[in-house]
Ligand binder design. Structure first.
Ligand code: AR6
Length: 170
């Protein structure tokens, strides 16, 4: 299994699954969520609505899966990061859960290559340095990580990219 760190737009990445930093409604929003729904088209929203009708959205730290519509990936795994607002240990655990539950769901769907954005570090204000440590640690600790061919951290901004590059080298 290879861990890669790149700076790119996740909607352009060709992998089995890209991960979306969604919200509990699953109905789209701004940031990476907005970009994924815009470029992926209506198939993604329709499947999200079907999931909502079945299970009433997605809890923080959990993940659900849809096809990827017009995106180059095959699937989108939608996970909901925590909003950073004080209860630090609880929020850190929930952020780690996003990565672990996304990886678990990926394996259930025979996904071998997966790309993650920097969940919660935009609109949800999670400190980027802490989020990067949690993300890398969660992937490294994931017991079935060797079943993946490649796990990519797709950083959008330069700050996240250099944080991840430094952690990857350590
Ligand atoms: N490709 C890769 N990363 C991106 C892209 C992109 N195209 N666009 C933004 N990012 P955010 P959150 C980075 O705000 O903090 C939405 O409204 C961005 O620079 O997308 O988890 C949802 O519906 C940042 O580092 O997600 C929720 O309501 C990272 O993606 C809420 O925002 C995450 O930023 C979720 O907030």
């Amino acid at each position: 299994m290879k861990i890669e760190v790149i700076q790119a737009d996740i909607t352009e990445i060709q992998v089995d699954a890209i991960v979306n930093a969604a919200n509990t409604s699953l109905l789209g929003g701004g940031g990476v969520d907005g970009a994924i729904h815009r470029k992926g088209g209506k198939q993604i929203l329709e499947e999200c609505i079907a999931i909502r009708n079945r299970q009433g959205g997605c809890d923080v730290g959990q993940a659900v899966i849809t096809k990827a519509g017009n995106l180059p990936s095959k699937f989108v795994i939608h996970t909901v990061g925590p909003v950073w607002n004080g209860d630090k240990e609880e929020k850190k655990k929930l952020l780690a859960d996003c990565y672990k539950n996304s990886l678990e769901l990926a394996l259930e769907n025979n996904i071998k290559t997966i790309a993650f954005p920097n969940i919660s570090t935009g609109i949800y204000h999670f400190p980027k340095d802490k989020a990067a440590e949690i993300a890398i640690q969660a992937v490294k600790e994931f017991s079935r990580k060797e079943e993946f061919e490649k796990i990519i951290f797709v950083c959008f901004d330069e700050e996240n990219h250099s944080l991840y590059k430094n952690l990857q080298d350590n």
